[in-house]
Ligand binder design. Sequence first.
Ligand code: PMP
Length: 442
Amino acid sequence: MSSKAANPHQALYESARQVLPGGISSSIRLNRALGRPFYIARGEGAYLYDLEGREYVDLLTAHGAALLGHDHPGVRAAIEAALRCGAICGTETPAQSRVAARLAELIPCIDMVRFTCSGTEATMHVLRLAREITGREKFIKFDGHFHGYHDAVMWNYGPPAAAEAPGAPRPVVKSGGVPRGLADYVVLLPFNDLEAVRRALWLHGHEIAAVILEPIHYNAGCIVPDKAYLHALRSLCQEHGVILIFDEILSAFRTGPGCAQAYFDVTPDLCTIGKCVAGGTPLSVFGGRRELMEHLRPLGDAEHSGTYNANLIPIMAAEAALAELGRPALYDHLFALADRLYAGMNTVFGRHRFPARCQGLGARFGLYFGWNEEVREYRETARQDTALALEFFAGMVKRGVYLCDNGGRPTHHGFSAAHTASDIDRVLQATDDTVAALVKGR
Ligand code: PMP
C-alpha cells in the first residue's frame, strides 16, 4: 500500500471528490493550508480529534456555533429529550414560545422572534420584513460586511477587489449566478463613516427600507466601530424612517448575554441572532419590536414559513444553551481568555518581529498577516499576505491547533467557554514555535 493511500485523510478526500463537488459540503471547507479538507472524527469540549485520533485545540469552533464547546452535556441532554419527543417539525410545541420569551428577556431590541435554520434565511427574511413595513425596496449594506448567501446580499464581502474603489464603493458581485439587476437595490457604503450614511440617506432616504450591518465586523477579522458612530446611525435611521438591522448571526453572545447591541448600548429596530444560540445545532432567529414583527403573516403580509423552522432538536437545544449564554459569569471567563490570547499572540509576534496582528473582541478574533498595526477599515485587509497566513495555519495544525484558513484571507477565529487558560497557553506555545520556525525559514 502506498503511503498516500495509507493516509486516511487523503484517501477520504479522494473518494469524497467523486460525490461532492470539490470533495466538500460548503465552499470554504477546502483547507488551502493543508491542500485538502480538515477531517474530524469528533469534537469534545475545546478539542477536535482527527481520523487518526490526534487532538487539536479548536479555534474554529464551528465558525462560532460551538461557543459552549463540543458535546456540551446540557445541550446533549436536550437533544436526546427532543428525540424522545419524536424530533417534531411542522407543528408548534410549548418549547418555541419559551425560547422566544428567554430571547426577549436577554436581548434589548427583541419583543418577538421568528426562527429559521440558517443565518442566510434569517437575513433574507428580515430584509423582506423591512421592505414590507416601509414599502421601500432598497437597503444600505456596508462594504465588506457579510450577511449570508442569498442573492440580495452577495455584494462586496470577503477579500476586497481592486474594483472596490474607496469612497463610494460600487457593487462587486461575489458569486456567479446572481442577477446583476439586484445591484439596483443595494446602496453600498464604507463602514464607520458617518458622513457617507448621512449623505446617502439625504439623497435616497425615501427609497431605503433598511440599514443592515455587522455591529462588530468579525467577517473581516475583527473591526470594531466607534460607539458614537453606532449611536448616530441609530438616530439617522429614526429621522429617515429607515429600519436599523443589526445582523448578529455572528456577534450574538460573544460579548455578553445582550449581544453586541447591549455591549454598545445601541438598540436596533430588528436583529438577527445565530450560530451559538442553539449550542451548535442549526437555529437562527430574527426578531425585534412587536409592532414591526406583527407585519409577518398571518398578522401582516410578509411571508415567513418553512418545514424545519423551529424544529424541536435545535429549539430544545437552544433552551439548554440559553441557560448558559444568559449567565453573566460566562463572559468573565470569555473576556479573561480573550485578554490572555490576544495580548499573548501580539507579544509573540512582536518578540519575533513577525509581521502579524491579532485583533479581537469578546470570544472572536481576527489574525492579519503582513503588518502589525491596528486594522480600522475593511479595505486595509487587501494587504493581507495570504501565503504567510497559510504557512502560519499549516504550522499551527502541525502543532495541534486548528484555525480557520479561509484561503489565507482575513476571517474570524474564536474559542469557547470550554477552553481554559491552559488551552490558551498551549495555543501561545504553538504560536511561538510556528513563528520561530517561519522566521528561521525566511
Ligand atoms: N450573517 C453573518 C454576520 C454571518 O457571519 C453569517 C455566517 N458566517 C451569516 C449571516 C450566514 O449564516 P449561515 O452560514 O448560518 O447561513
